[in-house]
Design a protein around this ligand. Structure first.
Ligand SMILES: Nc1ncnc2c1ncn2[C@@H]1O[C@H](COP(=O)(O)OP(=O)(O)O)[C@@H](O)[C@H]1O
Ligand SMILES: [Mg+2]
Length: 269
């Protein structure tokens, strides 16, 4: 019997006394490709940070390979789970090549310098993510889309079992969105890297993710294959807009928001 990679069991979490995530049950098996969707503020980033061990989870609520995540040493966790943040305004005054090389740190012993092998892995990660052209420029001097790709390169260099990526495609044009999602698809298919990513583009999510988890107001309201999760009724309820769905002949579900009654535009005149 295979044991799951990560399991959230009745996870409730808030930053203050107010719960943000409520009674979350989520089982992630090795090799899955999961899209976390839901409106702004529904708790996607918070859930990803808890799963990746960036935020401390309450006791007995998240298990990494059947161990309470709180008992797993940070370094061990960082060797297995890469996380990329949603915001790219990190004050990194490092060269992009150095940011990528940092992905190797969980694998180094204390006071050990990176080896030739680490440099080679970082170089390969930059090739894969098409970030070599700005390897020698500084992280805070490149565009939002370029930053996202550098952060993904760093996660690739980490060679993790699982990647938790927070809106990795939101600052990218359609070509780079596809490119990043295809890189993740290859890592998933060729290296069995488990992927969980938050994203807003429901059409692209349905094309690439084998499973979608829909969050609304801190609760999982749907969890399953894209065509079972992306249904007009639930989407209209969660996003509070009228929606029509079409089957994309090239795979996935096209989510088309309907124009609302614009009689209120008078207010803008
Ligand atoms: N560091 C924080 N301190 C307090 N509240 C936070 C913090 N981060 C997020 N929140 C709140 O938690 C809720 C969920 O936020 P978040 O997980 O970022 O949602 P999403 O990623 O789906 O937009 C929001 O109401 C947000 O204001
Ligand atoms: Mg977020």
């Amino acid at each position: 019997m295979t044991s799951s990679l990560l399991t959230a069991k009745n996870l409730t979490f808030g930053y203050d006394d107010v719960p943000i995530l409520k009674n979350i049950f989520l089982k992630i098996e090795a090799g899955e490709f999961i899209g976390l969707i839901g409106p702004n503020g529904s708790g996607k980033s918070t859930l990803l940070k808890l799963l990746a061990g960036i935020l401390d989870a309450p006791a007995h609520s998240i298990y990494f390979k059947q161990n309470d995540i709180r008992q797993v040493p940070r370094k061990r966790l960082a060797q297995s789970i890469a996380w990329t943040p949603q915001e790219q305004n990190l004050a990194f005054s490092f060269k992009n090549s150095e940011v990528v090389l940092m992905g190797r740190h969980p694998h180094l012993s204390l006071f050990t310098m990176e080896s030739e092998k680490d440099f080679a892995i970082a170089q390969k990660a930059m090739e894969t993510t098409h970030t070599l052209p700005f390897a020698d420029r500084y992280f805070n001097e490149i565009s939002g889309g370029e930053k996202q790709r550098v952060l993904i390169a760093s996660a690739v260099a980490q060679e993790p079992e699982m990647m938790a990526l927070d809106e990795p495609t939101s600052a990218l044009d359609i070509k780079y969105q596809m490119q990043i999602l295809e890189i993740l698809k290859h890592l998933n298919e060729d290296k069995n890297t488990t992927i969980i990513l938050a994203m807003h583009d429901l059409h692209l999510a349905s094309k690439f993710c084998k499973r979608l988890v829909l969050l609304d107001n801190g609760k999982i309201v749907r969890d399953g294959p894209p065509d079972k999760v992306l249904e007009p009724g639930i989407l209209e309820e969660v996003y509070n807009i009228d929606i029509k769905l079409y089957r994309d002949p090239n795979g996935g579900v096209l989510v088309s928001p309907l124009l609302s009654d614009l009689s209120s535009t008078a207010e803008f005149e």
